[in-house]
Design a protein around this ligand. Structure first.
Ligand code: ATP
Ligand code: CU1
Length: 687
């Protein structure tokens, strides 16, 4: 698939087949994904062959190298170019017309057979692709005996096609090169304890792999022994090395530094985080961004309109105003040359793909061109507190005993309940209990109360452990407790209370630490004109205290999942483009509703990579500002490219109608425009 008009041709042909359910084009990748009924593959291939193209199956597994385009020989182009030039000179020096014609026809034959063949197939399928247009234009020029002109146009066009194909190959490779590949071999421990080099694809989950200093990591896993620092830039975009010790995750494609270690494989080669990233970027390219859809639609109308215009230009002035036939036919032929929207159509995907690749390189995984293109509109960013602004690893800070009923150890009851939950607040309490050696009691009937806390039965008594909302609803709250809570919360701490349903027993407060990156990130967002709002299940006072520390515009506390959802919806109703960052399950509905849902720390979390619109591979909130800036740049380049492509066409339209445009100038301009937009789009990769 060379030209976008070829895509239209395939779409028309395959789309009409009842066996075919879905078509997904990636012109950049020259890849077509066909969803079809079982057994229809050969029919699909035959249909494509009838269009003059050859379909090649992509191997489902392994690192398929993009097969090198068969390099076309250069000599026909050189010879054709020479012939065209000679024809021009012969015409100029007044040699007989039949001689000029002969040399010109030779040039057309040398360079144009392929174009004629493709053009003829397209015409038969009722498609006006660039090949069809050029075939008509050149044939027309020959018929009105513009010999050297016809030869020149054909040669220039053939060379332009060649250059465009080559520059697209370059674009593809540039993008592929960004996604550093993991090594294809790993040193695996055998049952007898020896170490053997094996292909990464054959390593199974649970195998132990050894990594030496300076070695790249081939598979995802968890460190079992040894220590080192690893450069994870390939995944997270951060080149600051990260310390790794037993229990820490390591990712395929990252680079070990000075230490050596062993790790247990957690995913096979095809399912590593890196493989998922590549997969996501590739499928994001297939999905069309809005501009691309617009451009495609425009192109669909543009070409036939210009074609009809050309017919009108050829017929109307001579018929109605007795103008010179040959003059106006020539003008019509120039119009045919400018009727191809190639530069316009190719400009958008190149730009979007470059943007996606640039983002991936910085550890930002964008799941579709839409988000890259629309990200510049981001007006409000909602952030979750726990785990997003803070580390999400609070520690116990205060313990307040209320009543000491005989024989009841409220601290170990609270610890035992907390140990059953994986909520960060509970986790902090359980952790503190473990450190001070508190024995755990047996809990029955345990249940989590989302947005409130937990409940469970110990020694025949039902206990509740949770936030103010919970104890207030239970009716054991008192002004004294509220005062105590208020004091702790004003310090940014989160307090929960244990009750047996009759009276409060013990109060435990935990404090989380704010990520270093949060404050800078929030400032960067404000500089981009984005309003920030914190949505948290934690109480409003703690929320306000934390928000104030990091400089967030607005804090909304005591948010149940549906409240978070409603908050997002309110912004959407106000017509504002809203993003949301979060991690927990309590954020899921809001994340899904937001115009752009960001997930943090996506490396190692498959669900985050799969469900988010934009996945940030590590925990650095600064990536959101980076994403917005990249989106703005992408948009600027898109607008530049579209303006450029259309502008050049408009200039030539004007030149032609006023009698200054020539055919070969139009070909030249079209080729120039294509090269400029591709180059401009590729600039983004280096962002
Ligand atoms: N399992 C639990 N153990 C202890 N406390 C809990 C538990 N679940 C909820 N809580 C209490 O309810 C509050 C709200 O919880 P929720 O899970 O909705 O939000 P969060 O995780 O604290 O904050 P964020 O919305 O910022 O992620 C918590 O701050 C905590 O005080
Ligand atoms: Cu209360």
């Amino acid at each position: 698939m060379d030209c976008p008009t070829e895509e239209a041709m395939i779409r028309k042909k395959l789309g009409a087949m009842s066996e075919v359910q879905e078509l997904e084009f990636s012109l950049m990748q020259r890849m077509l994904t066909v969803t079809h009924r079982t057994g229809a593959l050969s029919a699909v291939q035959t249909a494509i062959r009838e269009l003059g193209m050859d379909a090649e199956l992509v191997e489902p597994e392994g690192n398929e190298e993009p097969h090198e385009e068969a390099t076309k020989p250069w000599w026909p182009y050189t010879a054709g170019g020479l012939a065209a030039l000679i024809a021009e000179i012969m015409q100029w020096s007044g040699l007989p017309e039949w001689m000029v014609a002969l040399v010109a026809l030779l040039a057309v034959a040398l360079c144009g057979l392929d174009t004629y063949r493709k053009g003829w197939i397209a015409l038969r399928h009722g498609n006006l692709n660039i090949n069809a247009l050029m075939s008509i234009a050149v044939t027309g020029a020959l018929l009105i005996r513009q010999w050297p002109e016809a030869a020149m146009v054909m040669v220039l066009f053939a060379i332009a096609e060649l250059i465009e194909a080559k520059s697209l190959v370059r674009a593809r490779n540039a993008i592929r090169g960004l996604v550093q590949l993991a090594p294809d071999h790993a040193t695996v421990r055998q049952p007898d304890g020896s170490w053997v080099d094996r292909p990464a694809a054959s390593v199974r989950i649970g195998d132990v792999v050894r990594i030496k200093p300076g070695q790249s990591i081939a598979l995802d896993g968890t460190v079992t022994s040894g220590r080192s620092t690893i450069n994870q830039a390939a995944i997270t975009g951060e080149s600051m090395p990260v310390e790794k010790g037993p229990g820490d995750p390591v990712f395929a494609g990252t680079l070990n530094q000075a230490g050596s270690f062993e790790y247990a494989v957690t995913a096979d080669a095809g399912h590593s985080t890196l493989a998922r990233i590549i997969e996501a970027v590739e499928s994001a390219q297939g999905a069309r961004a809005p501009t691309q859809r617009f451009v495609d639609q425009f192109a669909r109308i543009y070409t036939p309109v210009v074609f009809l215009g050309a017919v009108a230009v050829a017929l109307i002035p001579p018929l109605l105003f007795a103008a010179n036939w040959l003059d106006w036919i020539y003008k019509a032929l120039v119009l045919l040359v400018i009727a191809c929207p190639c530069a316009l159509v190719i400009s958008t995907p190149v730009t979007i793909v470059s943007g996606l690749a640039a983002a991936a390189r910085q550890g930002i995984l964008i799941k579709g061109g839409v988000y890259l293109e629309q990200g510049h509109r981001l007006a409000v960013l909602a952030l979750d507190k726990t785990g997003t602004i803070t580390h999400g690893k609070p520690a116990l800070t205060d313990t307040v005993w209320f009543s000491a009923a005989e024989g009841i150890d409220s601290l170990s009851i609270a610890t035992s309940l907390a140990a059953r939950s994986d909520h960060p607040v509970s986790y902090a309490i359980a952790q503190a209990g473990r450190e001070s050696g508190i024995g755990l009691l047996e809990v029955t009937g345990f249940a989590a109360l989302p947005g409130r806390g937990v409940k469970g039965t110990i020694g025949g008594i039902d206990y509740l452990l949770g936030n103010h909302r919970l104890i207030h609803e239970t009716g054991v709250c008192s002004p004294a407790i509220e005062a105590q809570l208020a004091e702790l919360e004003a310090q940014g701490k989160t307090a929960i209370v244990l009750t047996d349903g009759k009276e409060p027993l013990i109060l435990l407060a935990v404090a989380d630490t704010i990520r270093d990156s949060s404050r800078v990130a929030i400032r960067a967002l404000h500089e981009l004109g984005i309003e920030t709002v914190m949505l948290t299940g934690d109480n409003s006072r703690t929320a306000a205290a934390i928000a104030q520390q990091v400089g967030i515009d607005k804090a909304m506390g005591d948010q149940l999942p549906e409240d978070k959802l409603q908050a997002i919806e309110r912004y959407i109703c106000d017509g504002r483009y809203v993003g949301m960052v979060g991690d927990g399950i309590n954020d899921a509905p809001a994340l899904a509703r937001a115009d752009i849902g960001f997930a943090m720390g996506a490396a190692g979390s498959d669900t985050a990579i799969e469900t988010a619109d934009v996945a940030l591979m590590d925990d650095d909130l600064n990536k959101i500002a980076r994403f917005v800036r990249l989106s703005r740049k992408t948009r600027a380049v898109l607008i530049q490219n579209i303006t450029l492509a259309l502008g050049i066409k408009a200039i030539f339209l004007a030149l032609t109608l006023t009698g200054y445009g020539t055919m070969w100038m139009a070909v030249f301009a079209d080729m120039g425009a294509s090269l400029i937009v591709v180059g401009n789009g590729l600039r983004l990769v280096r962002q």
